[in-house]
Write a protein that binds this ligand. Structure first.
Ligand code: WTA
Length: 636
């Protein structure tokens, strides 16, 4: 554990006025895990109640057996018999500044009409529909229209290339693709439909493409294959009965972002998944009817599925979605949106927070952010530096931060503070939520004492866990269930501190073994970013001809800062002081950006290639390939 993590001795909150009104004020320790989840499932509308809460043996457990439920019904219809009928369900802001608001009644109309369109297009229960859309309301509508009729959606992030898209269409055997003519990004139009056309040269299963008109750029429509959404919707009837799905029926599949290897189609169930996301959205985000809730993720990721669509809408939230880039037309767009819509809950990722830090405080100084009452973080370990910055500059010291640990595979948040109960330690994800039995174990599967690194595992099944890897049960079992008997292996490394708080150090594959020491990349990175000039850093273990394995640092600097030997020496001194001499980096690379997956995770595999002077491996999941060319070292 580096000193910047260990010495983040500051402990915050919980704030007494927040506690008073919190959704969860105490945990009932006497509830069994099954009874806990049963109570959470009772928050939803079931067409038929389950016979038993949990059946089967790991890794093939079933939740709420024989229960009948529909996700779209829970996200829409359930709210129509109350005052929420006319509540804003979805507030949309487009990048050019256009906006739209959909009430729950509006959502009902649009979703049921689109469900009828899908049916007319030959989509039946169990068919797979690929959704390749930007952050526009029709993305949410499409997902809910699929789940309403029992079609399984496979959302492919809109930034993916045609190659990545066709791979995912082929693996899932999708029958239909929903896309847009294009969308706005930094003032320009991204040609989404062209990519679909190209992808479909490589596929055989797709019969139809439905195209949403967003940017009005010229596109090619293939006769009898491509149809305009607005034309189909003109004729569609309002009202479409929600299919009573078995709790264990598939709700969707989602390909994991994959910093390594071939993407896996993670399959989620209907009843268990919805229970998990609805419960955690209520408990962790402390969601209230009056909130304006903004999860700034993309629907292409699990965060978008669970905490833009299914969690919030099942709880009757008012959610906000924004189409474009956070720096367009200027670097204050995020704060403008918070002010304009009076956002009260903001959920974003450490990579975004570090970017805001790099841009500087001046972009938020004259914004009124007083509507904010809770902040969230997800996707990577948040270094204490960034945590403090977020707490102070965005939350103004008044908003609890929930650092939520979970995965595409876990479906919903597993480890997080509960804002009305737990104290927060910057950099720690706190403790497993009620109903979740997560632990840190050694390579024999024994719980490790506090302070010692180990593997983060889950020891009991939970409702929103993945049910399979699409068409590849063997991969499902091998990847997640074969390392330890009866435990779900998350692939993350972590340790517990003396209070039982969990500190995630990153993917186990990212642990650097240097001079016989195990060094978590997150520890080194967390130290380096304490230097005033550094915005973001990645620490990579790389072969060193002389020493065996050494550490290479890839860093981006804050605006107005430049690389120099002195800077390198200062950074090395910090690492030596905080971790030890054995961790002194061999080499520094400076760049404008770090290569990241489209979901914002640093692609360490590529950095390793750069550090070792190898040809680059697969770059198809990379957000911006050109960043690789910008690396510079003081040695060249
Ligand atoms: C990492 C995103 C530290 C972790 C929801 C995990 C985190 C992977 C946190 C899953 C967090 C996610 N602190 N690390 N709060 N949240 N991670 O599937 O390595 O895109 O295994 O799901 O992100 O990424 P995924």
């Amino acid at each position: 554990m580096s000193d910047s993590m260990k010495n983040s001795k500051k402990i915050y909150g919980p704030n007494p006025s927040f506690v008073e009104n919190a959704n969860v004020k105490k945990i009932d320790e006497n509830l069994s895990i099954e009874r806990f989840w049963e109570k959470e499932a009772e928050r939803l509308h079931w067409f038929r109640k389950w016979d038993s809460v949990l059946e089967g043996e790991i890794p093939f457990t079933r939740w709420f057996t024989n229960g009948k439920i529909n996700a779209s019904y829970n996200c829409i219809d359930r709210h129509l018999n109350s005052w929420k009928k006319n509540k804003a369900a979805l507030i949309f802001e487009g990048e050019p500044g256009d906006r739209a608001v959909y009430t729950y009644q509006d959502l009902y109309r649009e979703v049921t009409k689109f469900s009828n369109v899908l049916k007319k297009m030959g989509i039946n229960k169990g068919d797979v529909v690929t959704i390749y859309l930007p952050m526009i309301p029709q993305a949410v509508i499409s997902m809910l229209a699929c789940s309403r009729i029992g079609a399984v959606h496979s959302v492919v992030f809109g930034g993916f290339s045609s190659q990545a898209l066709s791979d995912r269409i082929n693996d899932s055997e999708a029958k239909l693709v929903i896309t847009s003519d294009g969308y706005w990004r930094r003032g320009g139009i991204v040609q989404a439909k062209d990519r679909v056309d190209k992808a479909l040269y490589e596929t055989t299963t797709v019969d139809h493409v439905i195209v949403i008109q967003r940017s009005k750029n010229h596109i090619h429509m293939v006769k009898d294959r491509d149809y305009w959404y607005h034309e189909l919707m003109d004729w569609a009837e309002i009202g479409c009965e929600a299919e009573a799905m078995d709790a264990e029926d598939d709700l969707f599949m989602l390909y994991t972002s994959g910093t390594t290897g071939k993407p896996k189609g993670v399959v989620h169930s209907t009843g268990g998944y919805l229970t998990g996301v609805s419960s955690t959205h209520h408990n962790v985000f402390d969601h209230k009817d009056e909130d304006v809730y903004w999860c700034a993720a993309d629907i292409g990721w699990i965060t978008g599925h669970s905490y833009i669509v299914y969690g919030p809408l099942s709880n009757g939230s008012t959610l906000l979605i924004y189409e474009g880039a956070p720096d367009y037309p200027a670097k204050d767009r995020t704060w403008d949106i918070v002010e304009k819509y009076s956002v009260s809950i903001l959920y974003t990722a450490p990579t975004a927070i570090r970017m805001f830090m790099k841009w500087g405080e001046k972009w938020l100084e004259n914004k009124n952010l007083s509507s904010l009452r809770l902040l969230g973080s997800v996707g990577e370990p948040i270094n204490p530096e960034a945590w403090e910055w977020y707490y102070k500059n965005v939350g103004k010291g008044n908003c609890p931060i929930v650092d939520t640990w979970w995965q595409t595979e876990t479906g919903s948040i597993m480890i997080s503070s509960l804002p009305g109960i737990n104290k927060m330690k910057p950099g720690s994800v706190c403790k497993p939520l009620p109903g979740i039995c997560a632990d840190v174990v050694d390579d024999k599967g024994e719980s490790v004492p506090y302070g010692r690194n180990g593997y983060l595992v889950v020891k009991r099944p939970w409702p929103s866990m993945l049910r399979n890897v699409y068409k590849n049960t063997q991969r499902y079992v091998e990847t997640y269930w074969s390392m330890f008997d009866g435990m779900f292996c998350t692939g993350d490394g972590a340790f517990k501190d003396e209070d039982g708080y969990i500190w995630v150090s990153g993917r186990v594959d990212d642990v650097i073994v240097c001079a016989g020491h195990n060094i978590g990349s997150a520890e080194v990175e967390s130290s380096i970013v304490t230097h005033k000039s550094v915005a973001e850093a990645a620490a990579i273990g790389c072969n060193n001809a002389i020493k065996g394995l050494g550490i290479c640092i890839f860093a981006t600097l804050k605006e107005g800062e430049f690389p120099s030997r002195d800077l390198e020496n200062e950074l090395s001194e910090i690492i030596i002081a905080e971790i030890g001499k054995f961790a002194k980096p061999d080499k520094y690379f400076f760049a404008k950006e770090l290569p990241k997956t489209r979901s914002g995770k640093i692609m360490r595999r590529l950095l390793r290639d750069v550090a070792e002077g190898r040809e680059l491996g697969d770059t198809t999941t990379l957000l911006d390939v050109s960043v690789i060319d910008d690396f510079m070292t003081m040695d060249d």
